[in-house]
Design a protein around this ligand. Structure first.
Ligand code: SF4
Length: 134
């Protein structure tokens, strides 16, 4: 694979389960599935940040991972950096009703949620690998 890194930017939703699943999946990809190949930054810093953060999508091909169809991560990337390479709305993977369900405390994360995280992480990895092999 090419010696490049891919930016994966998760939305920061705390209100919906979708945001939690998105963040967990991005972390799993970074730490376990594609270590060293994926970089990220937190969405609030990106929105509040200066030039360095705004250049994120200029420095890395970015995949946005959103917890619902409001596409906060995608829209922030487009607004501040102008380009997004690929997008994921995890409602397309685990269902709209699931992502819009009330937030689940980290204490109450169950096996079913970890299985969803695995599916989302697999989808992210597929998109990362496409970019790395281009
Ligand atoms: S994309 Fe949806 S879940 Fe994520 S921060 Fe925006 S409204 Fe919240």
């Amino acid at each position: 694979m090419a010696d490049i890194q891919v930016g994966v930017l998760s939305c920061s939703g705390e209100e919906y389960l979708g945001g939690t699943l998105a963040r967990m999946a991005v972390r799993k990809v970074m730490e376990e599935m594609r270590p060293g190949k994926v970089v990220t930054l937190c969405l609030p810093l990106y929105i509040a940040g200066g030039e360095e953060e705004r250049n994120f999508a200029k420095d890395y091909p970015v995949i946005s991972v959103d917890g619902c169809g409001k596409y906060c991560a995608k829209n922030a990337t487009l607004r501040f950096s102008g380009v997004v390479r690929d997008t994921i709305n995890i409602a397309d993977i685990v269902g709209e009703d699931t992502v819009l369900s009330e937030v689940v405390s980290m204490r109450d994360i169950k096996e079913e949620h970890y299985l969803m995280v695995n599916r989302i992480a697999d989808e992210i990895c597929q998109k990362v690998d496409v970019i790395l092999t281009e």
